[in-house]
Design a protein around this ligand. Structure first.
Ligand code: PLP
Length: 395
């Protein structure tokens, strides 16, 4: 393990402060380091491994498809039965009206395409985003991200982006006008601190976009595929995005993403508008189909609803017991956040939990985001919370 860590430290740029752990393998909600120590993983590889690590459904799909063919992309010259199968499955669960899908390799790439295509379709430049949003780390998606720490070192960013406070319809109303190409919005802000907007916010923004002829890009990269309970928050709220972007849970850990558009938007797109060498490769399509079929077959949204509520209740008990440690608990489904009293308390808690076998994700300095696999069981939630409780008692 020491050797692995030394090599990574020597040969990789230091973009991330890592835990002193080298994970060798995983199963379900658990991972094991190179020395055989077991950890409960409440991060799911940044909310990606939605049906657990090394789920047989995924490994079988990879193996079976890899034996057939790996590369034959969206952007290529030929059709693919694996892609057709996924298209039928995915359009069956997407919010109504989103009937056309193009696959990508990541979330940022899907958002980048959405921004680019919105400008082409509307002939307008301005894209409105929100404070504390996160849309990716490419130059256009960093430009669309409303957090200084993801923007301020990379100037000049792409022009034409402006920002309004999240969950503030009045500010959005004064920003959207006939120059607005699109509004890009997370239905629940994930990386920015699990910010859950008021009930009607998405519908109000949608109405503003319709009124001004602007497109609504809903970024469900973190919230999609049952992370918050429903398959997509936009479907739950009954809003109709013009473009919806997806990644993370879409293929349970295989690098994959997509954007979906309406018939109307699709009719305004032309050959050559978009593409990518690996986009929509049959391997990713086969894995994604297997993951989506699993989510549907196991009605994973029910587990997410029940255990999400249960986890928040248990964390609120901890908050009441240790008010000097936990300031706030909020969540939707299994996208949950504990805001700690200060940065120091948050990082000590994360470190001590790690030493006790629980991996947690620290965001925004003082917040702990809990985003486990969506098929986690109650006893596994209890195990994590009991580690948290003993660490909090110490802290
Ligand atoms: N959009 C949202 C809401 C995200 O949470 C993320 C990643 O965390 C992204 C976009 C970027 O996705 P990716 O890291 O796959 O490029």
């Amino acid at each position: 393990m020491k050797k692995t860590i030394e090599i990574e430290k020597r040969h990789m740029p230091g973009f991330f402060k890592k835990s002193p752990l080298s994970i060798e393998h995983g199963k379900g909600v658990y991972v094991w380091d190179e020395n055989g120590n077991k950890y409960l993983d409440f991060t799911a590889g940044w909310g990606v491994t939605c049906i657990g690590h090394s789920n047989d459904v995924i490994t079988d799909a990879v193996y079976e498809q890899a034996k057939k063919i790996i590369q034959n992309p969206n952007s290529g010259l030929t059709y693919s039965p694996q892609r057709a199968k996924l298209l039928e499955l995915l359009t069956g669960i997407l919010p109504r009206g989103l009937t056309r899908v193009f696959f990508t390799n990541s979330g940022a790439e899907a958002n980048d395409a959405a921004i680019k295509l919105a400008r082409k379709i509307t002939g307008r430049e301005v894209v409105i985003s929100t404070h504390m949003s996160f849309h990716g780390r490419t130059i256009s998606t960093a430009s669309a991200t409303g957090q200084e720490m993801h923007r301020n070192r990379f100037n000049p960013l792409m022009p034409g982006f402006c920002f309004v406070p999240y969950d503030n319809p009045a500010e959005m109303k004064s920003a959207v006008n006939s120059d607005t190409a699109a509004v890009i919005l997370e239905p629940v802000q994930g990386e920015g601190g699990v910010n859950i907007p008021s009930e009607d916010y998405l519908a109000e923004v949608s109405a503003l976009c319709i009124k001004n002829g602007s497109l609504l890009i809903i970024d469900e990269i973190q919230t999609g595929f049952c992370r918050t309970g429903p398959m997509f928050v936009s479907a739950e709220k009954n809003i109709k995005p013009d473009i919806l972007t997806m990644a993370k849970g879409i293929a349970g850990g295989f690098p994959f993403g997509a954007f979906a558009v309406t018939e109307k938007i699709s009719s305004l797109l032309e050959p050559g508008d978009h593409g990518g060498t690996y986009c929509g490769n049959p391997l990713g399509c086969a894995v994604s189909s297997a993951v989506i079929a699993y989510l549907i077959e196991h009605r994973v949204w029910e587990n997410v609803g029940n255990l999400g509520k249960y986890t928040v209740e248990r964390l609120n008990v901890l908050k009441d017991k240790y008010p000097g440690v936990v300031k706030n608990v909020r969540g939707k489904g299994l996208l949950i956040l504990m805001e700690m009293s200060d940065n120091e308390t948050a990082s000590v808690t994360v470190e001590k939990c790690l030493n006790s076998g629980l991996i947690l994700n620290l965001i925004q300095g003082r917040c702990i985001r809990i985003i486990p696999a969506l098929n986690i069981r109650k006893q596994e939630v209890d195990e994590g919370i009991s580690i948290l409780e003993s660490v909090m008692a110490e802290v």
